[in-house]
Design a protein around this ligand. Structure first.
Ligand SMILES: [Zn+2]
Ligand SMILES: [Zn+2]
Length: 215
């Protein structure tokens, strides 16, 4: 049963979703002492460093590694924060991320975490536990999600629809890099302007035929 829904966030429904998908699942059958305190768990990246309780945002509990500045967020804490109606983040410049490329194991249940493609021109993957659905954020990953106001959509990122879109973003980004290196910056800007105009034009196919026809 998938935890994460692809539907838009509806605060009124979140409690139901949390209750039906998380708390009534395997998690309910485990003793609470198994899930708390997370502060006793070790950093999945540094391994030997113990995570410490903190708040990633107001009302968003997390566990932080003082060495690599990564953050662990449990699924139920994330949904509780969403239920509080977090504010939209102001757009800011992205910060370079040193993404963990090695295997990362869940600090909560020791499962191998899945790499989740974020997309949206953010060149990193989130580590998400397939079992308890907690998420590990390497340093700056949360801030980068906030820079694009994606931090309230983490629960949707493992869905097939999100991953398909993320692959399209990656492909588009690669294609752009290839052509940006072929053209001068002036020509590339002009080509991109024409391409964007063409993409939205109702006579796109006729225009493409016209461009391809002999001058
Ligand atoms: Zn660490
Ligand atoms: Zn887990």
């Amino acid at each position: 049963m998938p935890l994460f829904s692809t539907r838009p966030i509806d605060a009124k429904k979140i409690r139901f979703r949390v209750t039906s998908n998380i708390l009534s699942g395997n998690h309910r059958s485990k003793p609470l002492s198994h899930t708390h305190p997370l502060s006793m768990k070790n950093c999945p990246a540094c391994q030997s460093v113990t995570l410490e309780s903190t708040n990633l945002e107001a009302h968003l509990s997390a566990s932080q590694c003082s060495s690599c500045d990564g953050h662990w967020v449990a699924a139920d804490d994330y949904h509780a924060w969403l239920e509080n109606g977090p504010q939209a983040a102001a757009a800011t410049a992205a910060v370079a991320v040193e993404d963990s490329t090695h295997a990362v194991f869940c600090p909560h249940c020791s499962q191998l975490m899945r790499k989740t493609n974020v997309g949206h021109d953010l060149n990193f993957y989130l580590d998400q536990c397939p079992c308890c659905h907690g998420v590990w954020f390497d340093q700056h990953e949360w801030d980068n999600l906030k820079s694009k106001d994606l931090h309230t959509q983490v629960h949707q990122m493992s869905s097939a629809a999100w991953q398909q879109k993320a692959r399209q973003y990656s492909l588009r980004s690669t294609v752009r890099q290839v052509y940006a290196s072929k053209f001068s910056s002036t020509d590339y800007s002009e080509a991109e302007r024409i391409k964007n105009w063409l993409e939205r034009h109702p006579q796109k196919q006729d225009l493409l035929s016209f461009f391809a026809a002999p001058a």
